[in-house]
Design a protein around this ligand. Structure first.
Ligand SMILES: NC(=O)C1=CN([C@@H]2O[C@H](COP(=O)(O)OP(=O)(O)OC[C@H]3O[C@@H](n4cnc5c(N)ncnc54)[C@H](O)[C@@H]3O)[C@@H](O)[C@H]2O)C=CC1
Ligand SMILES: O=C(CO)COP(=O)(O)O
Length: 309
């Protein structure tokens, strides 16, 4: 048994929380999953826990933090955040929110090209655990690594988290591109231009440039923008087929974080004067202001420019 059978609590009973719990169970760890729907006493569950993994959607981050604050969390407990989103009111990332609420606890970000359904089938995947406290990240690496799940270390939690969050906007754009059958050249151009847009925003918000070229940045961009398993990709794809956003969301399994992220990111971009042309068109499309075809036209007819500037 690994690491003296560390006790782990996963908060969030959605598909990602269940998947992370299963990965830990494969290493014979004692795992409990708590969700707001189970009605169990969270205080009792975390009484002897050593690691808390938060896998709630962004909507659930503040309520989860507030619940744990009422329970007076032991400062030795390692907190892992696996959410990919931006909090709408403060525009902060989950890492910021957890760090602000529990400054004494070791904090780790987990993010990577991790389509839960593939991991649940036992297909090989890799992820990143990032922390300013290397010891905490190394522990998580040991707890979750297995034959089919390879966990890398990183010392840039913000960059790791932002790569996973910002690519969701691009996954919507990518779904549109495929839904409209724009071809491989268009898709390659879109994903290649998406990366500098992510880097521009991500470095402005405090991430290291290098991180965005790694698994949690480029890796997750490729996974999510190319897979029909991605909910964000599905949103874009189905918009391109002519469905309305409410129609798509009514049938979507789980959360497409990119919808909220696009709205928050537009506010950040305006405030910080960041050039985010792809995000801007995704935003107008999600608001119903333009059609998918017009979004493509608007991107193509922008002023001509140098590739790198
Ligand atoms: N599904 C996937 O393949 C992956 C998902 N993620 C990220 O993990 C997070 C969760 O994703 P999924 O499990 O797929 O989503 P989901 O929609 O299946 O589950 C969301 C979870 O958040 C909880 N939640 C929502 N609002 C809440 C609130 N107000 N208070 C307390 N809890 C609340 C729900 O009860 C549920 O347990 C998202 O940020 C997603 O981007 C990250 C990697 C892979
Ligand atoms: O983040 C993910 C894969 O890394 C999951 O993507 P979706 O949230 O778009 O399904």
């Amino acid at each position: 048994m690994l690491e003296n059978a560390k006790k782990i609590t996963v908060i969030g009973g959605g598909i990602w929380g269940q998947t992370l719990a299963n990965l830990a169970r494969l290493n014979h760890l004692a795992v409990r999953v708590w969700s707001r729907h189970t009605g169990e006493d969270l205080g009792a569950i975390i009484a002897d826990t050593e690691v808390i993994i938060s896998a709630v959607s962004i909507k659930g981050v503040v309520p989860t933090i507030e619940k744990l604050q009422q329970l007076q969390l032991n400062s030795r407990i390692i907190i892992v955040t696996a959410t990919k989103g931006l909090e709408p009111i403060t525009t902060r990332t989950p890492f910021h929110l957890w760090n602000q609420a529990f400054p004494a606890n070791p904090l780790v970000v987990l993010s990577g090209p991790n389509l839960a359904k593939e991991i649940n089938q036992g297909l090989p995947a890799a992820t990143v655990v990032a922390s300013y406290l290397q010891k905490a990240a190394i522990l998580l690496q040991k707890l979750l690594s297995g034959e089919s799940f390879r966990v890398y270390l990183n010392s840039d939690p913000l960059g790791t988290e932002l790569g996973g969050t910002l690519k969701n906007v691009m996954a919507i754009a990518s779904g549109v591109c495929d839904g409209l059958q724009l071809g491989t050249n268009a898709k390659s151009a879109l994903l290649t231009r998406a990366l500098p847009e992510i880097v521009r925003v991500g470095t402005c918000l405090g991430g290291c440039q290098e991180t965005f070229f790694g698994l949690s940045g480029l890796g997750d961009l490729l996974a999510t923008c190319n897979s029909p398993l991605s909910r964000n990709y599905q949103v874009g794809y189905q918009l391109a087929l002519g469905l309305s956003l409410p129609e798509i969301l009514a049938k979507l399994e789980g959360t497409a974080e990119g919808i909220n992220t696009t709205e928050v990111l537009m506010r950040i971009a305006q405030e910080k004067n960041l050039y985010v042309p792809i995000t801007c068109q995704v935003d107008r499309l999600l608001r119903g202001e333009i059609s998918p075809q017009v979004a493509v036209y608007e991107l193509m007819r922008r002023d001509l420019k140098a590739e790198f500037d």
